[in-house]
Design a protein around this ligand. Sequence first.
Ligand code: FAD
Length: 414
Amino acid sequence: MQLAIIGGGPAGLSAAIRAREEGLTDVWVIERGKYLGGILNQCIHHGFGVHIFKEELTGPEYAQRLIDKAQALGVNFAMESMVIDITRERELTYVSSAGLVTVKAGAIILAMGCRERPRGAVGIPGARVAGIFAAGVAQELVNMKGYLPGKQAVILGSGDIGLIMARRLTLEGAKVMGVYEIMPYSGGLKRNIAQCLNDYDIPLHLSHTVTRTVGTRRLEGVYVAKVDESWQPMPETEHFVPCDTLLLSVGLIPENELSKKIGVALSPITGGALVNNRLETSVPGVFACGNVLHVHDLVDYVTLEAYAAAANAVRFVLGSGFDQTDKSDSDASIPIKTLAGVRYTVPALILPGSAASYTLHFRSERVYEPGTVKVLADGDVIKTVRKRIIIPGEMEKIEFELSSPASEISITIA
Ligand SMILES: Cc1cc2nc3c(=O)[nH]c(=O)nc-3n(C[C@H](O)[C@H](O)[C@H](O)COP(=O)(O)OP(=O)(O)OC[C@H]3O[C@@H](n4cnc5c(N)ncnc54)[C@H](O)[C@@H]3O)c2cc1C
């Protein structure tokens, strides 16, 4: 096969569409699930596709548009096929009803999405009681299986999944006691705070955390407390909140187990691959896009990123502009150094001379109101952008040109 795409979520589907549009004939999407569409299948709320389709679609509607297009373009699908191994020579092994299948691909696009951080990762003391769910699991139970996980809920973490689930549970008749967030700001989109919490009078408690759970078989409640500047609970503020359900919305982890097997260099901040501006990883011919690369707030940006990864993967397969030896272009790339205020950038490296201009997507470390973003080449400011507000929950981007050679690019917010 010319191109193997691992994962049939919006990233994988979008990448497949663009690869076919750019002329590859033998494009495969390998998906472990029964259905295409990835996480979108359980996101039945609207708000998807505002940028790409100029409409507010539900998750399944957005996914269906991509599926229809990919099918019309003749993309090949291996369903219920889980990729369990890949090699640096771009051989993939997947397990399916046909048994173990090994194929060789001209290029690989990693589009495996991410999974939720579990309770163990946040270390909340308390017994292993029923009633504690990752927010996405609760979303699947409610939206796809028709079960309500409980009647009185507390939500820990104010990322988008937690906010969406606060509204969903309320609409289904449960009482949401509050959303508790350890940071002094929400990790979710402003529009979700307005539409999912404020519209339903659900309180958001910033700088708060759950200190322990109560109950032996089913959850009976949680203790919550305000935290100080070093995120330590302040004992004098601790109090009990009755609930039978605790939803955890405490972060997502990119599914990079396969990437690690072939030595793809990963970011310690995002857990995603360190890619250059062609979205190529440190392994030649292996590209990454979507949530496996970094967690996106909007699926539209997943699609745009996947288009870019696919366009470059096509060029790699056709041998245009890529070093075909086992030397990644990342070796010739300049690292992007994140200075004060910037948590991470994607790409993490740029390949000089490979584009007329470069776009960095980045997240801030804290809220800036207003904020000034500066890009520097070897210490000289080459781009400055002022923004009214910059918040960690929303991805930002900045474009710049590199008119003369540089050995280091850095970015900062003040
Ligand atoms: C609760 C929630 C609410 C959201 N709300 C919005 C919203 O309102 N608006 C918006 O624009 N965006 C929203 N998003 C974001 C958007 O849905 C995601 O950014 C997007 O789905 C990520 O796409 P992806 O293809 O990278 O990952 P996924 O959708 O997770 O797809 C990854 C696919 O890869 C498959 N896979 C993984 N490993 C393997 C393997 N080894 N072999 C084969 N297949 C594999 C998985 O089965 C899955 O189908 C929301 C996300 C969530 C979780």
